[in-house]
Design a protein around this ligand. Structure first.
Ligand SMILES: *Cc1c(COP(=O)(O)O)cnc(C)c1O
Length: 365
């Protein structure tokens, strides 16, 4: 049996320094919180639908490996999401895994991943895991818009293998203008991945542009629409890209339960459409309430969350809410642009109200 000192020595000898330096990705325990931190759809399925789903799961054979190509599910996704006929589809264990596949396929010493900052943290983390260089290009301070000149200079100077554009952006919630994204597509020497995780709330998409740009991939997920627990993302693009990316995919990455459950859920798409429509309406109500609060500045959102700035110390506000059992996301300290910024996911109306009451108390405390 080895002593722990020896293990420490072995760890520092063998685990890559950039990995050792990382703080572990922290996910708070859900427990009894009113949970408005993770952009989850707050609505359960109607009980009759749950029964039908469980019936469907009876037919699943867990002793067998999954369909590695997840053919049935891919076809169902194409129909349900209106994927253009010429686009090919690649499935991932969440879009996080798709980002990883892209990095593994194009990575290598000196290869660059570029994204606006602040944006989705996995772009930077996965670049690091894959041993790639990450270049973050700061967004405009006042409205989190793209600084197009700075962006184009950074693209020309660093020749990124991949540019990730969250469309709309997380954690800021805004949608970059279509024409600017098109300009980036034209300026990029490599791939541009338009990450449409928030498509159900955005009312905008590059799906129809897939045939137009040879370097465009559109990435989607079922997480924010209401199936975060399934872990299913999909990537769309020209067959010549998708064929190469598919080579680094681990076999059977989409498990049998996810395949069966997602097929079932997509056949009942209307339920999710109703829920996401409801969330879009409640986003407006929540935004207006935040806007009416002294000392609070909410930023316009095309997603299912709202970023807002507090006049008082956001760390304090966050901690006070947490003590009251309300969990949101504290972004203060994550970027100079996000000073005193917090992010709240749109929940059920009653949850939103509890949050608003808690916030009102927290900023006067
Ligand atoms: C939430 C989110 C994802 C992650 O989606 P999963 O499919 O759950 O891995 C990807 N991109 C952005 C911008 C997100 O906010």
């Amino acid at each position: 049996m080895q002593t722990s000192t020896t293990i420490d020595e072995l760890v520092s000898r063998w685990v890559r320094p950039e990995v050792r330096r990382l703080a572990a990705y922290h996910v708070p325990e859900p427990s009894d919180y009113i949970k408005l931190d993770a952009m989850e759809n707050p609505y359960a399925w109607p009980p009759a639908l749950v029964d039908q789903w469980l019936e469907r799961l009876r037919e699943v054979h867990l002793n067998r490996y999954p369909d590695s190509g997840a053919q049935l599910l891919s076809n169902r996704l194409r129909e349900a999401m209106g994927v253009p006929a010429e686009a090919r589809i690649l499935l991932g264990n969440g879009s996080d895994e798709l980002i990883q596949m892209i990095a593994l396929a194009v990575g290598g010493p000196g290869r660059v991943i570029l994204a606006p900052e602040p944006s989705f943290v996995m772009y930077r983390l996965i670049a690091l895991f894959a041993g790639m260089q990450y270049v973050g290009v700061p967004l405009r301070t006042h409205d989190f818009g793209l600084e197009m000149e700075v962006m184009k200079e950074a693209i020309a100077a660093t020749q990124p293998a991949v540019i990730f554009l969250a469309y709309p952006n997380n954690p800021t919630g805004n949608l970059f203008p279509e024409e600017q994204v098109a300009e980036i597509l034209r300026a990029a020497p490599g791939l541009v991945v338009v990450d449409e995780a928030y498509a159900p709330f955005a009312g905008a998409s590059f799906l129809a542009q897939l045939g137009r740009y040879g370097n465009l991939l559109v990435m989607r997920t079922v997480s924010k629409m209401g199936l975060a627990g399934l872990r299913l993302g999909y990537l769309l693009g020209d067959a010549r890209w998708i064929e190469q990316l598919d080579k680094v995919r681990l076999p059977y990455n989409i498990n049998t339960l996810t395949q069966a459950s997602a097929e079932f859920a997509l056949a009942h798409r209307a339920v999710f459409d109703q829920q996401t429509a409801r969330i879009r309406e409640d986003r407006l109500t929540l935004f207006q309430s935040l806007q009416g609060m002294p000392g609070i500045t909410p930023f316009p959102s095309r997603t299912n969350f709202i970023l807002f700035r507090t006049q008082v110390d956001a760390n304090q506000v966050f901690a006070t809410l947490q003590r009251a059992g309300i969990l949101i996301k504290n972004l203060h300290g994550s970027s100079t642009l996000l000073e005193n910024c917090l992010r709240v996911t749109v929940g059920q109306p009653s949850e939103n109200q509890i949050f608003l009451d808690g916030l009102a108390q927290a900023i006067t405390a």
